[in-house]
Design a protein around this ligand. Structure first.
Ligand SMILES: Nc1ncnc2c1ncn2[C@@H]1O[C@H](COP(=O)(O)OP(=O)(O)OP(=O)(O)O)[C@@H](O)[C@H]1O
Ligand SMILES: [Mg+2]
Length: 519
C-alpha cells in the first residue's frame, strides 16, 4: 500500500504534521459515503456544500487521514494534511496512488466546444488501424483495449481518482495510448491535473458553457490549459504535438501559449492536413486527405523544410461537413503518432457512427428519424442544415433546453429551430430544479419573436414521450424528425432525481406502435 508521505511528494505545499508520514493509504475518496477503513479522505468544496462538513462521516467510516484546505478538528490517530487547493491535491494524490499511469501512455487530450466525442472515437479508430492499442474516455462511454462501458455519470470528465484508475487499467491491459475527452470543466476543476499529455487537439471554440466559466475569455483560458500542459515537465522523451483547426480564428491565439509544434488542419485556410474535393451525402462523406510531409518521410515539421504533399481517399460513414473537420483532427492525431496516411484513411472509414450522434432510428416507418446530441444553438443549426438537403419533405424538430445550464442556449437553440425547421415540438430536457413549463415558455417566446405561431408552426408537450409521439403523428412520408439534445443519454433529470430515459429506445417503441398499425 502506498505511504502517505510518498503520495504527497507532488504537492510541495502540502503540510503534514510530524509523526504521520509512514501512514499507509488503502484508498482515496472524496465522497464520504464511499470511505472504507484505511482510506484517505479529500474534503473538496462542492458547488453547494463545503466538503469539510463531511469529515466526521468520513472519520466514522474509518478514514485514517484527511486532506483539507482548512484546519479541521480530528480525533487522535487521524492525520490532517492541509493544502491550498483540495481539488488539485486530489488529482495529484490520485495520480501518485495509481503510480502515475499517464507516464506509461501516450496521452491524447481532445478539447473544444463541439466534436470532442466524435473526434475521440475517430482518433481511437485511427490508432487501432495503425496497430496501436488504446483506451478512450469521454461523454458516451469508456473503452479499455476493446472493452466498452457506458458512462452513466452524466459527466464527460469524471473526477481524478476515477480517471487515474482508468488510466491504470489501460496500462495494465497493455494499452500504449489513451484518448481523453478533456472538457473545459474537467481542466478548470483539476480533474485532469497530474496527467502528462502528449498530444492536445482542438476541435473549435464557440460560445457555450458560460454558466460555469463566466466569460468567453475565461472559457478560452480553460480550453487553453490543455495546450499549456504540453509544456509541463514530463518524464516521457517523445515529441509532443498540438493539433489545431486552422479554420478556427482562435488557433493563432492558442499557438502563442505553448512551445510544442502544431499540426494544423482545415478546409479553407492553409494547413498541414487538408480535405480536398469534399463530397457530402446522406450516408457519409468522401474526400481526399492531403498531408504535408517533411523530406524524411516523417510527418510534421510545420513551416520547416521542403514540403511534399501526399494524399489518400477517405470514405467516412459520418455525414456533414463538421465531421470532415472531426476526421481531419483525428488524422492529425494519427500523424502525430507516426501513422501513415493509408491506415489513417482506413481508420477514419471504419467508424460506423457514434451513439446518439446523427443516429438513425429505423423501424420501417415512412419518414426518417434521427437522434442527435446537439443542444447548443450552433450545433442544432448545424444538425438542421445537414438534414435539410437530405429531406424531401418537412423537417420537424423535437427539443427542450436544460435547466440550470447556460440560459443563452434557449435563445440559440430556439432561434436555430425557428429559422431552420418547418415544425417544432417543444419539450423538456433535464429541467433539474427549474420549472419545466417555464423553460418551455421561454423558448416559445423566442419562436414567437421569430414569427412562429403556436398551433400552426409549433406545439408543446412537457412530457418528452408525448412530444415524440406528437412529432411522429405530424410526420408524413419523406419528412425527417430530429430528436435533439439527449443523444446517447440514459436519464432525464427532474429536481435532483435521475429518471431512466433513452430517446432512441422511446423512439423505437413509439415507431413500433405506428408501424404495427396501418396509418
Ligand atoms: N466539429 C464540429 N463542429 C460543430 N458541431 C459539431 C462538430 N462535431 C459535432 N458537432 C455537433 O455537435 C454534436 C455533439 O458532438 P460530439 O458529441 O462529438 O461533441 P462534444 O464536443 O463531445 O459535445 P459535449 O461537449 O456535449 O460532450 C453533434 O451531434 C453534432 O451535431
Ligand atoms: Mg462529448
Amino acid at each position: 500500500m502506498p505511504i502517505l508521505s510518498e503520495l504527497l511528494q507532488p504537492l510541495p505545499r502540502a503540510r503534514l504534521p510530524d509523526g504521520d508520514s509512514a501512514l499507509s493509504v488503502a484508498a482515496i475518496h472524496y465522497d464520504s459515503r464511499q470511505v472504507t477503513p484505511g482510506s484517505l479522505f479529500v474534503a473538496i468544496a462542492g458547488f453547494k456544500v463545503d466538503g469539510a462538513s463531511f469529515v466526521p462521516d468520513a472519520v466514522s467510516r474509518g478514514a485514517v487521514a484527511v486532506v483539507a484546505e482548512t484546519e479541521v478538528p480530528l480525533p487522535d490517530g487521524v492525520a490532517l494534511v492541509t493544502v491550498p487547493d483540495a481539488r488539485e491535491a486530489l488529482a495529484w494524490l490520485s495520480a501518485a496512488f495509481y503510480g502515475h499511469p499517464s507516464r506509461n501512455l501516450r496521452v491524447i487530450g481532445i478539447t473544444g466546444t463541439d466534436g470532442k466525442t466524435t473526434t475521440s472515437y475517430l482518433a481511437g479508430s485511427v490508432l487501432q488501424a495503425g496497430g496501436l492499442k488504446y483506451g478512450r474516455l469521454g461523454t458516451v462511454d469508456v473503452e479499455v483495449a476493446g472493452r466498452t462501458e457506458v458512462n452513466l455519470s452524466r459527466q464527460t470528465t469524471p473526477e481524478a481518482p476515477e480517471i487515474q484508475a482508468l488510466l491504470r487499467e489501460m496500462v495494465d491491459a497493455g494499452c500504449t495510448h489513451a484518448v481523453i475527452e478533456s472538457t473545459s470543466h474537467g481542466l478548470a476543476l483539476h480533474r485532469l491535473t497530474g496527467i502528462e499529455y502528449d498530444v492536445a487537439v482542438l476541435t473549435n471554440i464557440t460560445t457555450d458553457h458560460l454558466d460555469f466559466h463566466g466569460t468567453q475569455e475565461e472559457y478560452v483560458a480553460a480550453k487553453r490549459r490543455l495546450f499549456e500542459l504540453l509544456d509541463a515537465p514530463t518524464t516521457k522523451p517523445a515529441q509532443r504535438y498540438a493539433v489545431l483547426n486552422a479554420d478556427d480564428p482562435i488557433s493563432p491565439v492558442f499557438v502563442r501559449h505553448f512551445g510544442a509544434p502544431a499540426v494544423t488542419y482545415g478546409l479553407r485556410e492553409p494547413a498541414d492536413l487538408r480535405a480536398e474535393a469534399v463530397r457530402l451525402s446522406a450516408d457519409g462523406s468522401q474526400f481526399r486527405l492531403e498531408a504535408t510531409k517533411a523530406p524524411s518521410g516523417k510527418p510534421l515539421s510545420p513551416g520547416r523544410g521542403v514540403e511534399v504533399r501526399e494524399g489518400v481517399e477517405v470514405h467516412s460513414h459520418l455525414p456533414a461537413e463538421f465531421n470532415v473537420y472531426n476526421c481531419l483532427a483525428a488524422a492529425g492525431v494519427g500523424l502525430a503518432e507516426g501513422i501513415d496516411l493509408e491506415p489513417i484513411a482506413r481508420g477514419l472509414g471504419s467508424l460506423k457512427g457514434v451513439p446518439g450522434r446523427m443516429e438513425r432510428i429505423d423501424e420501417g416507418q415512412p419518414f426518417t428519424v434521427v437522434v442527435d446530441y446537439a443542444h447548443t444553438g450552433d450545433s442544432v443549426a448545424k444538425a438542421l442544415r445537414v438534414l435539410r438537403p437530405l429531406t424531401e419533405g418537412r423537417l420537424i424538430i423535437v427539443f427542450g433546453c436544460a435547466g440550470e445550464r447556460d440560459r443563452s442556449r434557449r435563445t440559440g437553440v430556439g432561434g436555430a429551430a425557428a429559422e431552420l425547421a418547418d415544425y417544432v415540438v417543444l419539450t423538456s430536457e433535464d429541467p433539474r430544479t427549474e420549472d419545466p413549463d417555464a423553460i418551455i415558455e421561454e423558448i416559445a417566446g423566442v419562436l414567437r419573436a421569430k414569427g412562429r405561431v403556436e398551433g400552426v408552426d409549433f406545439e408543446r408537450h412537457e412530457d418528452r414521450r408525448q412530444a415524440i409521439i406528437a412529432a411522429f403523428r405530424k410526420a408524413r412520408a419523406g419528412d425527417t424528425v430530429l430528436l435533439a439534445g439527449k443523444g446517447h443519454e440514459q436519464s432525464m433529470i427532474y429536481g435532483a432525481e435521475k429518471r431512466p430515459w433513452d430517446d432512441r429506445q422511446v423512439a423505437r417503441e413509439e415507431l413500433a406502435r405506428i408501424t404495427a398499425k396501418p396509418r
